[in-house]
Design a protein. Sequence first.
Length: 441
Amino acid sequence: MTRTERTDWTGRVLRLRIEGPAQGGEFVARHSGRVVFCRGGISGELVEVMIHDDPGRAFCRGTVTGVLERSVDRIDPLCPAAAAGAGCCDWSHIDPAAARAFSGTVLADQARRIGRIHSTPDRVPVGVPAGDGASTGWRTIARWVTGSDGVPGVRRSRSREVVTEPCVQADPRLAEAVRTAGVGPHREVLGVLGDDGEVHVAHRPVTEPATRGRDRGSRRGVATRARARSSRAGAWEPVMGPPTVTRRVGEHTWRLPVDAFWQSHRSAAVHYSDLVRRAVSATAGLPAEPVVWDLYGGAGLFSAAVLDVAPRAQLTIVESARPSLDAVGTALDVGPGVVPVAARVETFLDRTVGGTDRNGEPDLVILDPPRGGAGIDVMTALAGGTASRIIHVGCDPASLARDVGVLVTAGWTLTDLRGVAAFPATHHVEGLAVLDSPRAR
Ligand SMILES: C[S@@+](CC[C@H](N)C(=O)[O-])C[C@H]1O[C@@H](n2cnc3c(N)ncnc32)[C@H](O)[C@@H]1O
């Protein structure tokens, strides 16, 4: 019997030349025919990398421990927590303009590799939300955890340990309120800053993740565990602020429960609403009373934007989280023109596509799924539907590329693909894709 020796570089320090950025925030380098995903590097740099994770295949992972030739894009880390090893601001050592360019490269690369879309440029344009280029203090919804000493902090990268150096993402008013709230040890803490300046703080016991299971390392496994953890977690106990959070975009005002979804960057809701308004206004041949589906619609942020430019639109908002859906009526006139549907999108499509209801034949679809994207089944159903335009907002370049790729393969035209730097100092980026149906030409 032949025994194949498993390659394991764990613990080795390699001298490497960094290539381009990869999906997920690491940068690619190569050594002895293997890919090394490097955390903390920048394209062009010569670095020393400590390998900490080697599955023994064509790649392994490491962290930059020394920079021998420094990129002009390297800056002093903006985030003390990240500099101390936290997993929060993994691009806080990169100049913000260069970071946006790297995000644009990743969006284009994923569109080509995963979506098989070859019409995109080498780099997709990535702008700042509503002219707001600040790299710190942008977050109006943030979470912390407390350890045994009760001090709030963020998790160390790839660890359950709590780093108590401050992370720079949260608005300083939130960080200060959470620091002084005195929630006690082993709590998960939620801080939310309303658009009226009110600070809300709530907390609940920390729920430890399950570490066993066949697919514990996979993307699906991570998402499944996050859902299981959140359903095991208890209700939030409010300790500061009024019972509902005020959100405003243009003339619209929402009152939301503290734990309902809202865009976390202070300027993102305004910016995405503007992009949606423009994409709707520019849709060729849209009827005066267009039927519009707002899928994964939350509290109806994008429906409000549609109504700004198409006041007679017939909107269906599909959302699985009841607290968000219940808040639709705080901003929009719920009735025949605005119909909130409490359902998973998959279920809604199963029972709606092919039916005889006019509201089941959309002229326009907007979808803004969570990080895992809408998936092939949902996109296939939409590809064969009646919409002349689909607007897809997605916060993960890989799942966005997969979803958009389904439409492009079915003959849809990718009219616009752009990024929004809605998570500064991190590798995360929001992508917005506009697609036109082959039947609309
Ligand atoms: C990224 S948020 C977007 C919300 C909204 N478009 C906004 O901008 O405020 C995604 C939303 O999808 C909801 N969601 C997640 N999975 C879903 C599913 N399978 N079907 C329907 N809604 C879902 C979440 O509860 C969340 O509110």
